[in-house]
Design a protein around this ligand. Structure first.
Ligand code: HEC
Length: 140
């Protein structure tokens, strides 16, 4: 009887771990899901402003809040998260990203390397944005 319970508990644990593994696989937006379009820069500015991107990504102490060099420290019980540089610079920023990489980060919280981003980046708040709105506010 006890042996049977142990076997059932092990099977339930394996199924639970398997289900957890499947639902937490980093999701991506494929490039093919983004049809060709011309960005609407006015809309992009609105999305950038209401998204509050500069509040974390503008470098502290800098007057121009549209230059997104990062460096702002977000203190948390897990330690301090520093907002990264998301300028179009190909070396220091995200200039080498594809548009699909950017949309993926914004709505799926997955990096171009296929890793989960920390939710200190509030992608959970951006995940229901229309993809066209996300594309309009892309810095790249
Ligand atoms: C509350 C602060 C905060 C706000 C607001 C915020 N971000 Fe971030 N963002 C972060 C942090 C922290 C990270 C780093 C996450 C990580 O490394 O896992 C990040 C990461 C990113 C990344 C991935 C960069 C990389 O190199 O991996 C992109 C792209 C990004 N943010 C874009 C935006 C955009 C666009 C907005 C506005 C719509 C925005 N963020 C608003 C804090 C913020």
């Amino acid at each position: 009887m006890l042996r049977r319970l142990v076997v059932l508990a092990l099977i339930a644990a394996v199924i639970g771990v398997g289900a957890f593994w499947v639902v937490t696989i980093p999701a991506t937006v494929p490039a093919g899901a983004l049809p060709q379009r011309t960005a609407n820069l006015d809309n992009g500015k609105t999305m950038f402003l209401i998204g509050g991107c500069a509040s974390c990504h503008a470098t502290p102490g800098q007057d121009d809040k549209t230059r997104l060099g990062g460096g702002f420290g977000l203190k948390s019980p897990f330690g301090t998260f520093y907002a990264p540089n998301i300028s179009p610079d190909p070396r220091d920023g995200i200039g080498k990203w594809s548009e699909a990489d950017f949309v993926t980060a914004m709505v799926k919280g997955t990096s171009p390397e296929g890793q989960h981003l920390f939710p200190a980046f509030p992608y959970t708040s951006y995940q229901h944005m229309k993809w066209d709105d996300v594309r309009d506010c892309s810095p790249i």
